[in-house]
Design a protein around this ligand. Sequence first.
Ligand SMILES: [Zn+2]
Length: 544
Amino acid sequence: MNRGIPALLLIGALLLPALAGVAAEPPTPTLEQEVADDTWAWHLPEPVASARTVRLKAVAGPRFRASEDWRERIARRVELTSKQFEADFAICLELGEVEPWDGVDEQGELSAAFHALWTRPDSSDADIIVAFLHTGHMSRTTKERADAESLGRASPFGRHIALRDTPELAAQMKIHTFVHELGHLFGALHSDDQRSLMHRYVTRDGGASFDLLNGERIWRAREFDFRGGVAALTGETVQGLGQLYEAGHRPDEENPVVMAWHNAGVELTVARDFEGALRAYDAALALDPDKATAHLNRGLILRELGRLTEAEAALRQALDCDSGVPGASINLADTLMRLGRVGDAIVEMERQIIRRPKDAPAWHLLGVARAAAGQIEEAIDAYVQAVVFDGSIALRPMLMPGDAATRARLSDEAQARVDAEPESGEARVRLGLLWRLQDQRLAGLTEAARGLELLGDYHGAALLCTSALSEAPDDRGLLHLSARLTLAAGRHDDAIHLFGDLVARDKTDAAAYRGLGDAYKAKGMLSTALKYYQQAQQHEPADE
Ligand SMILES: [Zn+2]
């Protein structure tokens, strides 16, 4: 089940595609094979009199449409899923529009596909929208057993289901997943009962019915108005569902009504309906006052609306519920800064750093707050820590008041430290930042990048190096650094190219020959490496 999008801050992260495993793919079975594979028995009691019809719209991804009979496949799956719901709850699925959908990368993560589906505009009058995707071979999925979470996604009392198809999956497991996700839409939770359709794992032989508790949950939510969303739940329904949740409490499962309100809050925030979003979070918190991310998201909205005192209260509540909730502390400190309470912001960031000593953004904000409070040297200490833990922070704006004489003195002291300890990455980062803060941006970034290289943060160093090269594309020191970092990142051929360019510019560049030697050595081409090492030696300044 989709656990809801935990916090607004994470929306962007959901869009990051995962690294897809590459493996040989078995052929997709024909529809006839799928139907023939449909051997398990549904138990079919007489449907109760007043049936409910759920109108369904289907969308199909590009790879799902690769087989010509994709529309028939969808119709067949809807029919079989409907059978189960008809038998158990007198809920019938009615297939309406079926249309192609190209707005998704089927190799990507299911969460990303689900998010794309969730935010896809839709003007149909369907109750629910189901996406059929074909993702090819998936690791850990077998003909016998698969994790339902890797095959389908739905959020409770939402309108969307994303289903993923893989060739190795038996037909009944595809239907089982569909039924399972539809169960989630009606508020069903995972069950420990291996025979239940709501068990976390979909197996070839297991799960032909719902467990009693989930059956009751679905029955209770049977008339749920998907188009009206969670706001359409009556007080009585909410109470009833709440009691069912309490009855079958598992520590790792959340109240689906709370999750539905929380998801509605995220959705309304994305649509910039802030007042509606605040009401949704209030409803979630009325049922679960300890839901930290609901407090956090309320706080972010209140800050956006300029209601800073209320924002502070909400963010403090988030931290009271869970001191580790990502983003609460730094957003609280930011809110305090906006309220002009610099001292309180410093206290909050120091508290956060005690909780998480390597929290680079917290160190950065601590630097900004200390600078605002006129604590110049302490501000620099904090900025250095921030960059040591995350090199990319060096590119962020840094507040640095104070008089020119103090800054010049600090630079001299930092320079003296670098002279005494040239291999200290931290000393070079400090010097680089001080230069940067005195408007010697290029020299500052270069020095900080050298520091990060010494600290082993090649990624951060490369970011600074790229930024500096955009201003000085012919700087030899930067080009050398860039080539070394490329080699350190394991991109041997790119590094050979960069060192080769340096040799082309200057045929006596010993360091560039040595770089070529290192790159070929890393590739295992030892005789070529040796040739370049010899050339390096010929041009080496004779100091040894
Ligand atoms: Zn599930």
